[in-house]
Ligand binder design. Structure first.
Ligand SMILES: Nc1nc2c(c(=O)[nH]1)N[C@H]1C(S)=C(S)[C@@H](COP(=O)(O)O)O[C@H]1N2
Ligand SMILES: [Mo]
Length: 309
């Protein structure tokens, strides 16, 4: 297990940028730099510290990470987010933090990032649809933010909400989900050091299609728990509703821990296809808790994971 971790170098230190950016992407990255400004880029990634929690596995290509997406607010096709998410306005973004906290309020992105140390977290990422990627996120621990607002003793869960902007999000004009997209974690899951708020990917500001300017990443759970473009975080006493559970509670539970032994009612979860692996790539075996059992299995001691799926 220990061999999976590295703790000395970030992805960008070991790989020349040109090796993972083709020419078109270099142009797009330069445009992002112009839009975000130097400070924005530095905040989003260039100063990110390496982490002991990063996997040594080879990251999925930048191209695949930013063009093969699920972000139903922009359409249900895998290529819809990359095509449509440029419509999302991220300037002046605010995150409301409320509920059972000592200091409720509205935070700008500068407030959120002030005093945080951004890290690169290269994580395995497993969608419930049985595809996977390895993504070099940039972000900070959610625990860090929650400690700054002060979690009250009665809080047991954290609820998250995505922006709802019908004029910028063509997908929300259809009722494929009950908008806004909402998600939730148990407080101990939220406080686990693996749980991050990500503000970048591949050493640059978060592309809109990946959930700009700030999204959750919970690497041991199916991808739909990792809610994008967050505008509200609420500490609650009761388990909060979650979008895919509301849409189909038999197929998608609150916990949604990656589990090769618990099949989705319509397909096996035993194996996964690595996106960008090519047509001949063999499916990989799916790992319990997506390979993060050493860090998180104890959160579920004594729980029947087939019942609490
Ligand atoms: N708001 C919102 N968040 C979302 C989704 C979505 O449709 N809307 N899709 C989820 C699903 S199913 C997955 S697999 C991941 C995909 O993240 P990625 O596109 O950055 O790989 O985002 C999750 N977060
Ligand atoms: Mo997903």
């Amino acid at each position: 297990m220990a061999g999976r971790w590295k703790n000395d170098l970030t992805w960008s230190q070991v790989t020349p940028k040109a090796a993972w950016l083709n020419r078109r992407q270099v142009i797009a990255a330069a445009a992002g730099l112009a839009a975000g400004g130097i400070a924005g880029v530095a905040r989003a990634g260039l100063s990110a510290k390496p982490s002991q929690y990063s996997t040594v596995e080879e990251p999925t290509s930048y191209e695949a990470v930013t063009t093969y997406n699920n972000f139903y607010e922009f359409g249900t096709g895998k290529d819809d987010p990359a095509r449509n998410a440029h419509m999302l306005t991220t300037e002046g973004w605010q995150v409301q933090i409320d509920g059972l906290v000592d200091k409720p309020g509205t935070w700008t992105m500068d407030d959120v990032l002030a005093g945080t140390t951004l890290e690169e977290r290269i994580y395995r990422f497993r969608c419930v649809e049985a595809w996977s990627m390895v993504v070099p996120w940039v972000g900070f621990e959610l625990a860090d933010l929650l400690n700054r607002v002060g979690v009250q003793p009665s809080a047991k869960y954290v609820a998250f909400e995505t922006a709802l902007r019908p004029e910028e999000m063509p997908g929300v004009r259809t009722r494929v989900l009950d908008w806004p997209y909402v998600e939730g974690l148990r407080l101990d899951e939220a406080m686990n050091p693996l749980t991050i708020m990500a503000t970048g990917v591949y050493d640059e500001p978060m592309p809109n299609q990946n959930g700009a300017p700030i999204r959750l990443v919970v690497p041991w759970k199916y991808g739909f728990k990792s809610i994008k473009s967050i505008v509200r975080i609420t500490l609650t006493e009761d388990e909060p509703p979650t979008s895919w559970n509301k849409a189909n509670g038999r197929e998608y539970g609150f916990y949604s821990n990656v589990n090769p032994e618990v099949s989705h009612p319509r397909w096996s979860q035993a194996t996964e296809r690595e996106v960008g692996g090519g047509l001949l790539a063999k499916r990989k075996p799916t790992l319990m808790f997506n390979g993060y059992g050493q860090e998180v299995a104890s959160l579920y001691d004594g729980m029947d994971l087939a019942k609490y799926y």
